[in-house]
Design a protein. Sequence first.
Length: 302
Amino acid sequence: MSVLDWIAVDWGTSSLRAWGIGTDGAVLWSEASDTGMGGLGPSEFEPAFLDLVGHRLGESGPVRVIACGMVGARQGWVEARYRSVPCAPLDPVLTPAPTEDGRLDFRIISGLSQSNPADVMRGEETQIAGFQALNPKFDGVICLPGTHSKWVHVSAGEVVSFQTFMTGDLFAAIAGHTVLRHSVRTEDWSETAFAAAVDDAVSRPEKLAARLFSLRAEGLLADLPAADARSRLSGLLIGAELAAARPYWLGQNVAIVGAKGISARYASALSALGVSATIADGGQITLKGLAAARSLASESPS
């Protein structure tokens, strides 16, 4: 019977997920909470983690914990340094977090940085490693859609370059804090409206700001349905991102790693541009990347 060997952790700004991994590599249990690093002070991380998984820990000695995400940010538990690209996505040297509970040996994966143009990632490097573990011969571009979407060029097992777009942040800000909030109050969706907006934005990205206000005007003058407005808002922002990211996806093998819904939208948008993308589930890929970090760290001195 498998017993707990180590704990995998994905700790972002707004959420915390943990998986107990057995000696045979199987997932024994999982826990999740909305205790993200964004709401914690430096001394609150260990208690928050113990609140989530303390009942899962034995008394026989420290359990190795491998964590990725914003827990390693400057405002996190302890800062895990950035590594400059080009480089492999994972470093065997992990940053230890200060703990008082003798049952914990908490280590954090480093993020990646790029100097020109300036860019950083933290957490996505683990997803990249997870995708590479399942697709070791992949050369091309990995798109990681989300609050801060990233386009990452990988080759020969290394991250060569990357670029970040604040597309998800912009959608949330525009939908929640501008005049368009009155036009997009729905969770309904129109694929036709989304596709048309993507095409419009890719063709004329310089018209983005004007196209956005048209959503409000059409709502007032032509009773534009909220589902159409919301879908067009998403399509305009994703289309503008694709226009700017063209050097990454044009003529490349493309993989999309992320949540099911947003990944499907990016795949649909790329398909209209003649690009067929492989889709991988972000949660499972993260776990694969954490397992790769655990294996790599085990081969090197602590």
